[in-house]
Design a protein around this ligand. Structure first.
Ligand code: HEC
Length: 126
């Protein structure tokens, strides 16, 4: 009985770490780590765009309604993104990285608490 509840707590903690942020490492090669570069020297500097503009651009690449001379490059990228990914990315870029770091921190704290709970429970079940 006790063991089962221990496992549930720990899993929940780990889960919130992994879903807290979209990994934009695939974008960094062209756009820079913080979207601070002109990708392939032609794109706008994405970190200067608003959240709405980023969403509009990415959804537009997906459905073919947006883009400039190099849009085929981004169409290939955007096709792989779900609408949820797009919202997450736009929030991350426009809102800065602090929020997702905060979320990770909170999740880490939750894990720590879960570990402590586990220790206490282990002691109790001995
Ligand atoms: C292979 C290089 C490459 C990669 C990888 C890439 N991009 Fe781009 N991106 C470009 C280019 C080139 C443009 C400009 C395309 C055009 O002419 O419309 C662009 C444009 C954009 C724009 C619109 C800015 C504008 O100029 O209107 C956004 C937003 C964007 N990219 C986000 C992303 C995101 C998010 C990722 C990762 C999921 C990503 N890109 C990955 C090359 C890349």
């Amino acid at each position: 009985m006790i063991k089962q509840s221990i496992i549930t707590i720990t899993t929940l903690g780990l889960l919130s770490v992994s879903v807290s942020a979209f990994d934009t490492a695939v974008c960094a090669g062209c756009h820079g780590k913080d979207f601070e570069k002109k990708a392939l020297n032609v794109s706008k500097i994405v970190k200067d765009l608003s959240k709405e503009d980023i969403v509009k651009a990415l959804k537009g690449y997906k459905d073919g309604s947006y883009g400039g001379a190099m849009k085929t490059v981004m169409q290939g990228q955007a096709k792989k993104l779900s609408d949820e990914d797009i919202t997450a990315i736009a929030t991350q870029i426009a809102g800065g990285d602090t929020k997702s770091e905060d979320a990770n921190k909170t999740a880490e704290d939750a894990n720590k608490t879960a570990e402590d709970t586990n220790k206490t429970a282990e002691k109790a079940s001995k």
